[in-house]
Every structure is written in structure tokens, then in C-alpha cells.
Design a protein around this ligand. Structure first.
Ligand code: DAH
Length: 335
């Protein structure tokens, strides 16, 4: 701008510039626009310089008047810009703080807690119910030998359970226990009757995996030996337990055979319109007691072996045993 202006015009221009700048600056809300505004106003090619560039028409005495006004104005505008800058910075800090504030009174979004596995819970429930009837929890080894797993339980040499097809043999005399019944023998060896125990644990069989079979599964063994126990005590105990566990599911006892009990039965519950076997049981065979040096004329008792997976599946409406072993969180989180 090379047009020359009179003193009055210049003074008016400066006043107008000031007035407009004061108004505009209050509208600016971010630091980039503010810097742009400062350059346009006060920079080398800014509006203030442009006005001052039109001073060439003024007399020697007029120039200092405008110069002084311009300097004061420049100082004022610089102060305005720096005030506005600190205001904007304060505001954005306040916004940031507000945005990032943690409301400690909000309910937690949910910490992922571990769950006990449904099989563990089922086992615990079974043990709890028997504890309430005075039974003591006992455990035995998963690696067993032929004596405890078979011979002491009256299972003959040629019994199919002893077949390589059914049992995992480990070499020598050792094997993976095929049931929890050996705990009966181990316990009775050390504890004379009367006894009442429940023995939970893993058992192993050479079964192919399908919806109802797994080579590793869980049982709870029950054993009660006392004077005067008969089948009615077995039946009463089993019925009371099943009622406590399942409520009113239909139950039936079916005559069966196990080498270590006489008589023997299998117990089914009705689930989804079909009978499902959930345990084997019977009166402990006198042969087993005599083998341990226990007088079978005086002491009698009953035993049962419960399939924990079956109890768990019926209770929780689980259709496939494999769900219990695949550790899928979407499944496990339901328990
Ligand atoms: N041990 C048997 C099995 O695994 C189940 C069983 C049946 C256990 C009868 C018992 C019993 O204690 O009396 O197939």
C-alpha cells in the first residue's frame, strides 16, 4: 500500500485497526488461528506495517505523533495476543483435565475373574453333600498298581477291564487307575471300620473321544462300612443324595454286576427323555473285606462310584462332554 494518508486519516485507521483487533481476538479459540491473526496484524507485512507505510505524506512534526500512537498500539496488541494465548492454553488444559478425569464413583467395568471349572464345582457339591452325612474326603494316587486297581477288588485275571484295550499300562506293575475304587482298599488297609469316605479324582480308560466319552474323566467313590448296614441304607443314602443334587429327577436302580460288590446295581436318572447311568453301586463283597482281614460277619457296607461328568452335564444341561475339556471361555464363563 503506497497511498499516502493525512494525520487524521492515519489516526482513524489506527483506531479502527485497534477496535477491530480487540473484537476479533476474543473470537479466536485455538493457538494456530491466534498465531495467524498475530502475523496478519503485527507481522512485517501485517496491517499495522501497511498503515505505517502510508506515513510518507506527513510532516516532520506529525510523524512522531503517529509513531508514538503506533508503538503504543503495537504493544497493546502484543499484550492482547499473549493474554489470549494463555487464556486459550488454560482452557484447553481445563478441557483435557475434564475429559481425562476418572470418576472414582463409577461402578467398575468388570475385572475378569477366574472361574472354578464346572467339573470342580460339581465335585465339590457332591463332596459337600456327603460331608453333610458324615463322610470324610480321602484321595488316592492316579498311578496305581495291579493289586489296588484290580486284584484287591476281586477283579479276576481274565476280566475284560484288565485288557490292554481298556487300561493304560505304564510298564512293570504300574497302570493309570481305571476307577477310584482302589482308594477303598488303601483306606481300609489303614483305617479299621466303621468308615465313611468319599474319594474324588481323575480316572483313565482307553476310550475314544466322543460326545459322551473321554479317556480321562472324573469319579467320586463312596464307601461306608459299619455294623448292620444293608441294601436299604445304600438305597436310602443314594436317593437322599440324588434328591439333594438333582431335585425331583426320576431315578431308577437297575440290577448289575461288579466283582467287588454283591448285590450290585447301576443307577440311572431320566434326562431329556432318556435314562442316563450316573453311578454304579452295591454292597461291598465279603471277599473284598476278608482280603483285608476285616471280619465280614460283623462288618458290612456299601460302595458307589459316581461319574462326575454325567452329574455335571445333567445339572447344567451340557450336551457334549468335550465342552468340559476344551477350555473355551465363552463356555466356562457361564459357570
Ligand atoms: N468302579 C466302578 C467303575 O468305575 C464303579 C463302581 C461300581 C464303584 C460299584 C463302586 C461300586 O464303588 O460299588 O465302573
Amino acid at each position: 500500500m503506497s497511498e499516502t494518508l493525512s494525520l487524521k486519516q492515519l489516526t482513524d485507521e489506527l483506531n479502527r485497526l485497534e477496535e477491530k483487533a480487540v473484537k476479533d481476538i476474543s473470537q479466536i479459540v485455538d493457538t494456530n488461528s491466534l498465531e495467524q491473526f498475530r502475523v496478519n496484524l503485527l507481522g512485517k507485512k501485517g496491517n499495522l506495517s501497511k498503515i505505517l507505510g502510508s506515513m510518507s505524506g506527513l510532516s516532520g512534526s506529525e510523524r512522531p505523533v503517529v509513531g508514538q500512537q503506533a508503538n503504543l498500539l503495537k504493544k497493546k496488541l502484543q499484550d492482547l495476543v499473549s493474554d489470549r494465548l494463555s487464556q486459550i492454553e488454560k482452557e484447553s488444559l481445563r478441557e483435557l483435565i475434564a475429559k481425562e478425569t476418572i470418576d472414582v464413583t463409577l461402578p467398575p467395568s468388570g475385572t475378569l475373574l477366574g472361574h472354578r471349572h464346572p467339573l470342580s464345582k460339581t465335585t465339590e457339591e457332591i463332596l459337600d453333600l456327603f460331608s453333610g452325612l458324615g463322610y470324610v474326603v480321602e484321595e488316592g494316587p492316579e498311578v496305581e498298581n495291579d493289586y489296588y486297581n484290580f486284584a484287591a477288588l476281586n477283579i479276576p485275571e481274565d476280566h475284560p477291564a484288565r485288557d490292554m484295550q481298556d487300561t493304560f499300562y505304564l510298564g512293570g506293575d504300574l497302570l493309570l487307575r481305571t476307577h477310584t475304587s482302589p482308594v477303598q482298599i488303601r483306606y481300609l488297609e489303614k483305617n479299621p471300620p466303621p468308615v465313611r469316605i468319599v474319594a474324588p479324582g481323575r480316572v483313565y480308560r482307553r476310550d475314544a473321544v466322543d460326545a459322551t466319552h473321554s479317556p480321562v474323566f472324573h469319579q467320586v467313590e463312596v464307601l461306608a462300612i459299619d455294623e448292620g448296614l444293608d441294601f436299604s441304607h445304600l438305597r436310602g443314602t443314594v436317593m437322599a443324595f440324588l434328591k439333594a443334587f438333582f431335585g425331583d429327577l426320576p431315578v431308577r436302580f437297575r440290577a448289575s454286576y461288579f466283582p467287588f460288590t454283591e448285590p450290585s446295581a447301576e443307577v440311572d436318572v431320566q434326562w431329556r427323555g432318556r435314562w442316563l447311568e450316573v453311578m454304579g453301586c452295591g454292597m461291598v463283597d465279603p471277599e473284598v473285606l476278608e482280603g483285608l482281614g476285616i471280619d465280614s460277619e460283623r462288618w458290612t457296607g456299601f460302595a458307589a462310584g459316581l461319574g462326575v461328568e454325567r452329574f455335571c452335564m445333567v445339572r447344567h444341561e451340557i450336551d457334549d462332554i468335550r465342552r468340559l475339556y476344551t477350555s473355551d471361555l465363552r463356555f466356562l464363563e457361564q459357570f
